[in-house]
Write a protein that binds this ligand. Structure first.
Ligand code: FAD
Length: 406
């Protein structure tokens, strides 16, 4: 008997869309995008935490997909037979795998590498829609399971836990949180690593490394978010900021065939990503959550080949090029730089801060500039003061009212 890996009824109901079976004529259409290969029983086609070679379309045999539950157990996600295909949205940009794929018996499969996968999605629109929908839903499923990403160990209410969770959630990275107060495995883990209080939370990454209260960019590097960095490459367009403006730029530039690099200091979606519900965005008559809107734009940009470098902060634009044809140099924090023929600055707004002493020290530790479900959980049952009178404050008041005491 197969155990249903998803809790949410929505995902359970959409299982057929998550794991569609391609017809023979569909497979014939996508053969030109891949190369057929044979795999022996037990052979690993892709492994959690390691760069996946691409999407596998099963031609014969069974490909078993499992996720990891953070306690050392495998969870069966799917068994793909002829017409099934592997992958989730990270395959568009050649990211590290969030699940394991092992041949159960002899398997023949078509390997479609990321560049060819993007070409397929654009060239075969109807087939591409079916595949894209499945890849997106699978990432949603992995986020729900927490499979394939880092495991955060520490008190769920600690500010640093909230900081790291917010970073991972805003970037659509699956993760798990284990509280040593009620999880014996987490307790044992802490005894083994004997962290000082300031080392908490600990983060166990899929590659086996353990980080102690990491900064966001340290965590990002460990889980492969910064794999897109390539100092040698000259892009046509570098976009600073992955808010709605930056992502729209990326979609249009990349869909016109330009090579695009998007850089954001924190997460895709910008301010809009923090919005509980956006009612006035063109094309969404029933409204859409900011995170869902941003996720769609982020995926759409990658479908056209835009590369994402997040988190990376642009600190200086060097326009002093010796020749007019030379690329511009965009310096990033951490003594890195990228080169591009054009730079679009879409860095949005800075928050106006109230004039309070020591406010900076309390940011992320009781003072927030938005109210997402993570902040709502942190403030649950407490009294909250909201500063501001614009529509964001109104939206936050309505949202928080359902979670806080007053
Ligand atoms: C809670 C909330 C709810 C909202 N709801 C609505 C709504 O319902 N309807 C509506 O129309 N508007 C709404 N807004 C406003 C809307 O989200 C913004 O107008 C919109 O996001 C602006 O888009 P942008 O891309 O210009 O900038 P931003 O969204 O601000 O994005 C800028 C991005 O640039 C990045 N960045 C900044 N500096 C650097 C740097 N040096 N290096 C790298 N990256 C950098 C930031 O991290 C950020 O991701 C809301 C805003 C908030 C905060």
């Amino acid at each position: 008997m197969t155990v249903e890996p998803y809790r949410s009824p929505t995902l359970q109901a959409r299982r057929a869309q998550m794991f569609p079976v391609l017809a023979d004529e569909d497979i014939a259409r996508l053969r030109r995008f891949g190369a057929a290969r044979r795999y022996a029983d037990g052979e690993c086609l892709f492994e959690t935490g390691k760069t996946s070679p691409g999407m596998f379309v099963v031609l014969s045999g069974v490909l078993r997909i499992t996720g990891r539950d953070g306690h050392g157990h495998d969870l069966l996600i799917a068994e793909l037979s002829a017409g099934g295909f592997s992958g989730e949205i990270g395959q568009l940009s050649g990211r590290r795998a969030l699940a394991d794929g092992v041949a159960a018996g002899a398997v023949e499969a078509l390997l479609v590498v990321p560049e060819q996968l993007r070409a397929l999605l654009v060239a075969e629109a109807d087939l591409g829609e079916e595949i894209m929908r499945a890849l997106i839903l699978r990432r949603v499923g992995l986020i729900e399971m927490g499979a394939g990403g880092p495991v955060l160990i520490g008190a769920p209410s600690s500010p640093d836990m909230a900081r790291l969770r917010s970073f991972l959630t805003r970037n659509g990275i699956p993760h798990l949180v284990f509280d040593p107060a009620n999880d014996p495995d987490a307790h044992g883990f802490i005894e083994r690593y004997a962290p000082r209080p300031e080392d908490m939370p600990l983060v166990a990454c899929p590659d086996g490394s353990v980080l102690r209260n990491p900064a966001e960019n340290e965590l990002a590097r460990c889980i492969g978010m910064l794999d897109a960095a390539d100092a040698e490459r000259v892009h046509d367009v570098a976009v600073v900021g992955a808010g709605p403006a930056g992502l729209a730029t990326a979609v249009y530039a990349a869909s016109e065939g330009l090579s695009v690099l998007v850089i954001d200091a924190r997460a895709f979606g910008g301010q809009a990503g923090a919005s509980a519900r956006i009612e006035n965005y063109l094309g969404f008559p029933t409204g859409i959550s900011g995170q869902a809107l941003a996720g769609r734009a982020y995926t759409q940009a990658q479908k056209f080949g835009a590369r994402m470098l997040i988190p990376a902060e642009a600190v200086r634009l060097d326009c002093g090029r010796p020749e007019e044809r030379d690329p511009l140099a965009l310096e990033l924090a951490g003594a890195r730089s990228v080169r591009s023929r054009t730079v679009v600055v879409a860095t949005g707004a800075r928050y106006r801060r109230p004039d309070c002493a020591d406010l900076k020290a309390l940011e992320g530790r009781g003072v927030w500039y938005w109210a997402s479900p993570i902040e709502a959980k942190t403030c649950a049952g407490q009294e909250v003061a909201l500063v501001g009178g614009g529509n964001s404050a109104g939206q936050a008041a309505v949202f928080l009212a359902g979670h806080v005491a007053k």
